[in-house]
Design a protein around this ligand. Structure first.
Ligand code: 2HA
Ligand code: ZN
Length: 254
């Protein structure tokens, strides 16, 4: 987490307290070690997550900065353990430097998506959210406020996006951050996609590990940057032809 937090900050995707991360670490930590943490506030969930019963997560703390997480991870994270009933969670935030620290404000989205992963037995353990500038910028252009238009740009600007994100990215029209509404809608998108763009806000991605989740966003941003580069130079980018895209897709299945 600290390594990726550093990348997010360096990329300019993590201004102030932007972005958040969750990792399902069930089985990697025992209750006894969680007991070492002072704070164990219990919070009732607005929506129960029955597939996460007894699961343990590491999450970024609310209001924490990625640049701080990179240097002092232990001060900027929280652990949570979902109750055996799935209706609440115990939090373990133990930063003397940050008393009262709580898990990320986007916890509804993290739990909704992680619950779906658990239900479907997915290998995905990580959910990463960041404010990738060029992806946000694309969604400020009315022409690109649809899944089809965004994916055609992202695939068209670099063959690696066709290879590594063959299903494309999900897209969510603007929704208020930190709400159950954004959580449920995002979870639905992740049923089909490994990355989801939030209109005028940012991007989320998943993976079996955090580096994989970061790499997917990095690839998507490369395409968006390329598009803006051409436009800034005064040219309309050509994009990939349908035949080229088809050939790249075939190559993947070889
Ligand atoms: O964690 O990025 O979406 C701060 C945010 C909210
Ligand atoms: Zn955000």
């Amino acid at each position: 987490m600290a390594e990726v937090a550093k990348y997010l900050w360096e990329r300019g995707w993590a201004e102030k307290n932007a972005g958040n991360i969750s990792i399902n670490i069930t089985g990697l930590v025992n209750e006894k070690s969680l007991g070492l943490f002072n704070d164990s506030t219990y919070t009732l969930l607005q929506i129960p997550y029955y597939n996460l019963k007894g699961n343990t997560f590491i999450l970024t703390g609310t209001g924490t900065r990625m640049r701080d997480l990179a240097r002092r991870p232990e001060e900027n994270i929280c652990f949570i353990r979902i109750s055996e009933t799935g209706i609440g969670y115990q939090q373990y935030c133990n930063s003397p430097a940050k008393p009262g620290l709580r898990p990320t404000s986007e916890i509804p989205t993290h739990l909704a998506v992680q619950d779906m992963f658990a239900e479907k037995n997915r290998d995905s353990k990580v959910l990463l959210h960041t404010h990738a500038t060029e992806l946000i910028a694309l969604t400020q252009i009315p022409l690109f406020k649809s899944k089809e238009a965004i994916n055609s740009i992202l695939w068209g600007m670099h063959p690696e996006n066709i290879l590594f994100v063959p299903e494309g990215v999900g897209f969510l029209p603007f929704t208020i951050p930190g709400t159950e509404k954004i959580a449920q809608a995002t979870m639905k998108e992740f049923e089909r996609y490994q990355a989801v763009i939030w209109e005028k806000h940012g991007v989320l991605s998943t993976g079996t590990n955090i580096i994989e989740a970061f790499d997917t966003i990095d690839l998507l941003v490369k395409s968006a940057q390329t598009w803006f580069c051409c436009r800034n130079a005064g040219y309309e980018p050509e994009g990939m032809t349908a035949i080229q895209i088809e050939e790249i897709r075939k190559k993947q299945s070889l």
